[in-house]
Design a protein around this ligand. Structure first.
Ligand code: CAA
Length: 386
């Protein structure tokens, strides 16, 4: 493994870091408090090329490696985890499955505007009765001439109102279980598609999360991604990439928790000494630094494996579970270091703690990641032992 960052990695880090500091930082507490969507900043990030980071230039992408993508999401999420996940969802859950499974016409029509950031993407898999059990889909799509008629409801859709297009998992053959699922690209505003009122959430309050209902929604058959029956495979392929995105978001929250703590231990005095002088505090800082670095290495391992063209489901799941649990743990340590002040909105660490929690839940809970890791591990053992 090469531990040297490329010039490209450093460039995107610098660009994301400066943008986050100058543009996102001033209003992040206000957006969190009042659930304000960061729309104007998303447009500026589009101009800076953050929507097509790892896609080929022919589709308007920046053709960078996946480590660059992880760095970009980490840097944005250090300041505003809501912005981090919006960019990650568009890249990984919408553009990526279109790039992997779409035909040329679909790439021209949908992928190019996603890569340029002119359009924002979303992903509709979760349903009221299909969360971790993603195979229990009930939203149906029935072919009627050159359209599918879609009926059902999807839950917890990031960018559910502000997104322009969605990769939606539907059932096209009820008798075939997960092999009867398919994937459709559905554009916002298609008659019969209705985003419901926003969810009021504990964290990532700058994102708009909605249920979306589909009632006799007519979707062009030309919007079928891949083939009928490939919906589950497409969703899980997208989720592998998305789990790297959430891991990067979590890493940003963890690093921000450590950075804030480092500043605070140089400001706050108790018993006549700065907090940095107490070994109990130093041990917390040492453990945070160690775990965050371990998390980052796991994440980059998954990025390198993805770029090598090999299946990286296990590595993405390991990165996601470890980075998200590190984020939750590091944010809790930060609140403890800040003491009573950490429990108030005077400092950002309470927001880090609230934002961190969702990284252990969405795009597959920690329990689901462990299922994926164990299944892959046992599969590898079985292969090695004939
Ligand atoms: N890539 C491609 N194909 C895959 C795959 C992957 N990563 N993982 C599995 N598959 C294929 C398998 O090969 C298998 O196909 P075959 O039968 O042809 O061999 C098929 O998919 C079924 O695989 P499994 O038997 O492993 O599936 P399962 O039903 O036992 O378990 C699961 C699947 C891991 C539990 C899965 O349901 C899962 O990941 N659940 C969590 C769902 C999730 O992450 N939801 C989050 C929604 S997105 C979100 O959070 C919203 C947002 O906007 C942020």
């Amino acid at each position: 493994m090469d531990f040297t960052y490329t010039e490209e990695n450093e460039l995107i880090r610098q660009t994301a870091r400066e943008f986050a500091k100058e543009k996102l930082a001033p209003g992040v507490a206000e957006r969190d408090k009042n659930m304000i969507y960061p729309g104007e900043y998303l447009k500026e990030l589009a101009e800076l090329g953050f929507y097509g980071i790892f896609f080929p230039e022919e589709y308007g992408g920046a053709a960078m490696d996946s480590v660059s993508y992880c760095i970009a999401i980490e840097e944005l999420s250090k300041v505003d985890a809501s912005v981090g996940v919006i960019i990650s969802v568009t890249n990984s859950l919408t553009a990526y499955p279109i790039f992997k499974f779409g035909n040329e016409e679909q790439k021209q029509k949908f992928l190019i505007p996603l890569c340029s950031g002119n359009k924002l993407g979303g992903f509709c898999l979760t349903e009221p009765g299909a969360g971790s059990d993603a195979g229990a889909q009930t939203t149906t799509a029935v072919l009627d001439g050159d359209h599918y008629i879609v009926n059902g409801a999807k839950h917890f859709v990031t960018s559910g109102k502000n997104g322009d297009m969605f990769v939606v998992t539907v059932v096209t053959d009820k008798s075939a279980g997960i092999k009867g699922t398919s994937s459709l690209i559905i554009e916002q505003g298609t008659p019969g598609m209705t985003p419901q009122p926003p969810e009021h959430k504990l964290g990532i309050r700058g994102t708009d999360t909605h249920a979306i209902t589909f009632e006799d929604c007519r979707v062009p058959a030309a919007n079928l991604l891949g083939k009928e029956g490939e919906g589950f495979k497409i969703a899980l392929t997208a989720l592998d990439s998305a789990r790297m995105g959430v891991a990067s978001q979590a890493l940003g929250i963890a690093q921000a928790s450590l950075d804030a703590s480092l500043d605070y231990v140089h400001e706050r005095q108790q018993f006549g000494k700065y907090l940095k002088s107490f070994q109990a505090i130093q041990f917390k800082l040492a453990d945070m630094e160690t775990r965050i670095n371990a998390a980052r290495l796991l994440l980059y391992q998954s990025a390198l494996k993805k770029d090598s063209g090999q299946r990286y489901s296990k590595e993405a799941a390991m990165a996601k579970v470890y980075c998200s649990e590190t984020a939750m743990w590091a944010a809790t340590q930060a609140v403890q270091i800040f003491g009573g002040y950490g429990y108030t909105t005077e400092y950002p660490v309470e927001r880090f703690m609230r934002d961190a929690k969702i990284t252990e839940i969405y795009e597959g809970t920690s329990e689901i990641q462990r299922i994926v890791i164990a299944a892959n591990l046992l599969g590898e053992w079985a292969k090695a032992h004939g």
